[in-house]
Design a protein around this ligand. Structure first.
Ligand SMILES: Cc1cc2nc3c(=O)[nH]c(=O)nc-3n(C[C@H](O)[C@H](O)[C@H](O)COP(=O)(O)OP(=O)(O)OC[C@H]3O[C@@H](n4cnc5c(N)ncnc54)[C@H](O)[C@@H]3O)c2cc1C
Length: 468
């Protein structure tokens, strides 16, 4: 058995890696539990993917739902999470989420979180996505961390390796690079990994889901999979990595311009989808995750959402997915007075595009989509509309990877579990980098929810651990 001697430049009780939502929640709980905490964030600000998010969090049985007459329960939430996960998510983790979600909701409100509305979202059998403004929310959470007076946040500080001097023993700290300078930091009670997903790590995406590698990427700039790899290197197990999926409706230039990027979903307002051959290739009412898979099989992984002025008139000024007018103003949504001119603009055959739209309109009139069996705007819901009134619009679309939602195996105490089912001592993980909770698919709002719930558990447990 080998023992390495490491010289440490600094020491703390609990060391948190990552300043996204999971890391901030862990830091607050660890500090409130009486620990001295150091939080390393490799960028120069906190936020990660959390601050870019749509700000929807899944809770059930809340006062907001009750006020809106929405009948929801822990049982419904549990069933929906399990159904979305194809019954392949770890039951105990889902139960832990459900058991702690109301406490998490109240805790966030006590901190001052302003929930705005309750929305129906993907995978929900009733409206339960509690919306908030992610930028304000993350600023509030960071302030709450600072208000503890016990957390030292260090920016420009990338954790690089975990230190476990005794093979099979406890994790003692990390090797980090702070503003370019290598140092070792010791954690007396525990290390909490909360370093987010790995959507930006093309090698890892290619390893687990090569068919998703053509996705454009839109997520926090630090989503390189550092946390997953550090724990993996110590023998941590992995879960759900084969289920990573992109989201349909991202412009191929996503991430190339400043500002926030969102997918556009005009298909759920009546648009059709055509490929570079100007042909439909899928039932457009399917879930955006399945549409994401479908577009990746088309030439150049590219398609166009084609619609007319009637669909354009459903444009929203508030819901990002339906802000068609804004997309037009930004030059991403293309428009021409005639369908022929639009075909020319996007470089597809005009006669074929016209025939595709005419054929589709025929299906709408007779109520039978002979080609792909589309029966509604979204998953069988909503009346289909004929596309016939110019001007005409085309939104170039592909699939975008915004999160990986999978990774390191953890138990209900947020302890990292190794490939043999044993906890790795003094090592905790929370947030997007953990696997097992979502199973085959993520239910909207459950990723931010998982950050809060399991981040809190990780912070509490690390603070309560015996110091060494
Ligand atoms: C556009 C978009 C919309 C979304 N909308 C929703 C939604 O509405 N609801 C929902 O539930 N989920 C949503 N998600 C997913 C959700 O936002 C993320 O899964 C979640 O925020 C991840 O939080 P996290 O704390 O685990 O990681 P992050 O928020 O990504 O934080 C991780 C932090 O760790 C830092 N870090 C990484 N490596 C290191 C290192 N080596 N050393 C130190 N620091 C490191 C990163 O820089 C980052 O700041 C969305 C995601 C995106 C991109």
């Amino acid at each position: 058995m080998s023992i390495k001697t490491i010289s440490y430049g600094a020491e703390t009780d609990v060391l948190v890696i990552g300043g996204g939502l999971a890391g901030l929640c862990a830091a607050i709980e660890a500090a409130d539990g009486g620990a001295e905490v150091t939080l390393l964030e490799k960028l120069n600000e906190c936020g990660g993917s959390s601050v870019l998010s749509g700000g929807l969090i899944a809770f059930s049985g809340t006062d907001m739902q009750k006020a809106a007459g929405i009948d929801d329960s822990d049982t419904q939430l549990y069933d929906d999470l399990r159904r979305a996960g194809g019954q392949q998510n770890v039951e105990a983790l889902v139960r832990t989420y459900v058991a702690n979600q109301m406490g998490a909701y109240e805790w966030l409100k006590e901190i001052g979180t302003q929930f705005i509305s309750v929305e129906l979202a993907a995978g929900h059998s009733r409206p339960r996505a509690h919306s908030l403004r992610a930028i304000e929310f993350m600023a509030l959470m960071e302030q709450r961390v600072r208000d503890t007076g016990k957390v030292k946040i260090i920016f420009g500080a990338a954790a690089e390796r975990l230190h476990r001097p005794l093979e099979g023993g406890r994790v003692e700290g990390v090797a980090a690079r702070i503003n370019g300078k290598a140092t070792n930091i010791r954690a007396r009670r525990g290390v909490v990994l909360a370093a987010g997903g790995f959507a930006r790590n093309a090698e890892m995406v290619n390893l687990f889901v090569p068919h998703q590698a053509k996705c454009v990427v839109y997520c926090g700039p630090g989503c390189d999979g550092d946390g997953v790899r550090m724990a993996w290197a110590l023998g941590a197990g992995l879960r759900d990595v084969v289920h990573i999926k992109g989201t349909f409706g991202f412009h191929p230039d996503t991430g190339k311009t400043a500002g926030r990027d969102w997918s556009k979903h005009s298909v759920y307002r009546g648009a059709i989808l055509v490929n570079k051959q100007a042909k439909r290739y899928v039932d457009e009412s399917k879930s955006y995750k399945l549409l994401g898979d479908a577009v990746l099989t088309q030439t150049d992984a590219l398609s166009y959402q084609i619609f007319d002025q009637g669909v354009m008139e459903t444009s929203s000024d508030t819901a990002p997915l339906f802000k068609f007018r804004e997309a037009l103003a930004l030059g991403r949504l293309l428009s021409e007075p005639t369908l022929e001119a639009l075909a020319k603009r996007i470089g597809v055959d005009a006669a074929t595009l016209t025939a595709t739209v005419d054929r589709y309109n025929g299906f709408v009139r007779c109520g039978n989509d002979e080609e792909f069996g589309r029966t509604g705007l979204s998953t069988g819901y909503g009346e289909l509309v004929e596309l016939k009134r110019g001007p005409w619009y085309a939104y170039p679309s592909t699939s975008g990877l915004i999160a990986t939602y999978c990774g390191i195996t953890v138990d209900t105490e947020s302890r990292v579990i190794d490939v043999f089912g044993q906890p790795i001592q003094s090592l905790y993980a929370a947030g997007e980098m953990t696997g097992g909770f979502h199973g085959v698919a993520y239910m909207t709002g459950s990723s931010l929810g998982k950050c809060v719930i399991f981040g809190r558990i990780a912070g509490c447990n690390a603070a309560a651990a015996t110091a060494s």
